[in-house]
Design a protein around this ligand. Sequence first.
Ligand code: NAD
Length: 475
Amino acid sequence: MVTQYKNLINGEMVEAKGWLDVVNPATEEVIGKVPACGKEELDRAVSAARAAFKTWRKTDIEERRAAIKAIAGAIKENGDELFRLLTSEQGKPHNQAQQEIYGAAGMASAQSTLELEEEILQDDDTRLHRHRRVPVGVVGGIVPWNFPVMMAIQKIVPAMLSGCTIILKPSPFTPLTTLRIAELIADKVPAGVVNIITGEDDLGPMITSHPDIDKITFTGSTATGKKIMEGASADLKRITLELGGNDASIVLPDADPKKVAEQLFWSSFSNAGQVCIAAKRVYIHEDIYDELSQAIADYAKTVTVGDGAQQGTGVGPIQNKKQYERVLELIQDAKDNGYKFLTGGDQDPSGTGYFVPLTILDNPPEDARIVAEEQFGPVMPLMKFKDEDEVVARANASEYGLAGAVWTGDTEKGQRIAEQLETGTVWINEFMHLSPFAPFGGHKQSGFGAEYGKEGLKEFTYPQVITVKKDNVVA
Ligand code: NAD
């Protein structure tokens, strides 16, 4: 019998009238059922969050920190069970699922130490000006399927710390681990502060347009982000949008192919390329192009694609059928156009599981769909460049602006190039490193606002200025 996972509303684990199936992308078997919530369940969750907000907003920050640490502790203590469940629903290999689970617990603990201190803007004989931050209210959090636990924590923690309450909606493709965490934390957080409800994609717009929700924090595609911005405009809800990307990695001629090949490989293929900040376009200087592209292709041949639960698997399946078909379509388009493949291009969609061979393209043109569009799959286009200005222009020629990387022995030069890139984050000689204390957010169509650090926490608050005029009331 398939396990039925419940939702968390007002401190209790509850069911809805219907159920949704959740599928393991490696085996295509149904591995769990989750409640199919609609307006009625959402209204209940919003009422609970609204009622809890009245008291939660007034709690001492130490009490909120303690509740967040209890969540982090519950995740850590049950890490073994949780990472296996995450692999079974998301597809990522066990080692990457472990990184997500323990990373989420670590992020939660670290971020619980953040604080938005009150500022005194003026204090003299005439006036006292206090600038403080107050919680926005009830938050709707909507997350995608590529890092379901990390993204859920990234919504829940700053909401709680700022004094807000939250209704979180996992992706219908990957709700199981989040609901298991809901069960583990139900008695560790006051009723109504954190509510987790599941449903089809149509539950998202119900959250976005709900009149009693004050803010939406969303991670997902740019197309959905635009719909959310539109929906939230009806009552001017506050929004934070973490959206898609087409990140460029730039490898300068002084980088040692032997040292960077493996790191570059994982910058594109980690989580089967389903990472918003994966390197989706890799520009290599012509002096080292042949040696480095060969080294990356050789390394790819040592990595096994398969079920993430099997020992030795380096890259798992695509998480869902729709995304699988999209990635296959982009690869087919590259084949139809005669682009050269160093590896991959020979997928067989008839087998079980949404597996795509590791696909490395040899210098496709800039306007190839597989270069210009966000692939979100195990695909790595390698492209040659001659000079710095040219590669900066090519990297910036995108509607996206999430992140990027520069690989070089000359870190000063790397930073000069980084300063010219139109993205929210640039790494020099690494990739995908996110700090709990550094703001992360996209430029252009990759987002609106930021997460992490004080900047991220501020997004769950309004500024409030209290001005005291001195000595003009009493004699
Ligand atoms: P998606 O936009 O299809 O779905 C994300 C979430 O939105 C899901 O929970 C879904 O049910 C919900 N949703 C769908 N339609 C909605 C609507 N009209 N209104 C409100 N909610 C709605 O994205 P996805 O396919 O799950 O995730 C992949 C995308 O997420 C990629 O584009 C990736 O780059 C992006 N992403 C961005 C970041 C970041 O931090 N910038 C991180 C991870 C993923």
